[in-house]
Design a protein around this ligand. Structure first.
Ligand code: ATP
Ligand code: MG
Length: 259
């Protein structure tokens, strides 16, 4: 019996000639806090979009709790929450309306929707602005609204595409707090991020993708130890090595007009 919360088998997506995600085999245990790393354009968002049912794979399968996202989309989607990269929110709704709408859509009972919405608004410090239209919200306020909408049904598996991007230290802490509570509740969390320090602090396991291929996967300790020296290394060093970048950041190329 399959026990993975998230599993991909040979997951592939091609855009014209570009293979954005190439034969990806990923496994995430139930209850894990899983970090998904990779340079810009590596294929992180493409992978997440295939896992959550937003983008059809060219080949391969994406499973949530053993349920195929593309064979049984309703059953699979009922188990997940998603904070996508673009955060397409209904901008003509207020945050309160939007979060309630998400709860209703996920089938949360009406009285529960109202109560959970107020608790989420409060926890995310959005209560004072809850009746403002989302179109008038700042980036961070939108992100927090999108997060509330993604978790109101207490999903078994939560996907977040760069939840900390463009977020200040206070909001970052609040978001980490919300994620921590979900984790205590048993939610599996899968998130992409460029902020290695946050990944290092939060994650139990990490995968690194480069050019659409998986180049490292394991617990933080395993990955650090995998370095060929056998010594402990930092996540930054591991990341740079895994994606084939030099940690010597002296630019080799020059800008001809800057001398
Ligand atoms: N809709 C699309 N049409 C064509 N090419 C696409 C499309 N979406 C993504 N790509 C290409 O697929 C590759 C992977 O993109 P993706 O958005 O998954 O990267 P990413 O790892 O999320 O990067 P970032 O860290 O910048 O968000 C890139 O080369 C990108 O140009
Ligand atoms: Mg992305």
């Amino acid at each position: 019996m399959n026990s993975w919360a998230i599993e991909t088998r040979g997951l592939t997506r091609q855009f014209d000639k570009k293979i954005a995600v190439d034969n990806l085999d990923l496994t995430v245990n139930s209850g894990e806090f899983f970090g998904f790393l990779g340079p810009n354009g590596a294929g992180k968002s493409t992978t997440i979009n295939m896992l959550v049912g937003l983008l059809r794979p060219t080949k391969g399968t994406a499973l949530i709790d053993g349920i195929d996202m593309w064979e049984e989309p309703l059953a699979a989607k009922a188990r997940i929450g998603v904070l996508p990269e673009g955060m397409q929110l209904y901008q003509r709704l207020t945050a309160r309306e939007y979060i309630r709408f998400a709860g209703t859509m996920y089938g949360v009972p009406k009285a529960e929707v109202a109560q959970r919405t107020e608790e989420l608004l409060d926890l995310l410090t959005l209560t004072d602005d809850a009746d403002k239209l989302i179109i008038d919200y700042s980036h961070g306020m939108r992100k927090k609204t999108a997060l509330a909408a993604a978790v109101i049904h207490a999903p078994r598996v939560l996907f977040l595409d760069e939840p900390f991007e463009g977020i200040d230290a206070i909001s970052g802490r609040i978001i980490r707090d919300v994620l921590g509570r979900l984790r205590e509740h048993g939610t599996t969390i899968f998130f992409s991020s460029h902020i290695l320090e946050v990944v290092e602090r939060l994650c139990t396991r990490v995968a690194v993708i480069a050019n659409g291929r998986l180049v490292a996967q394991g617990s933080m300790e395993e990955l650090r130890y995998q370095a060929e020296t056998g010594e402990e290394t930092t996540l930054e060093e591991l990341f740079l090595r895994a994606v084939g970048a030099s940690s010597d950041l002296e630019a080799e190329g020059r800008l001809s007009w800057l001398r």
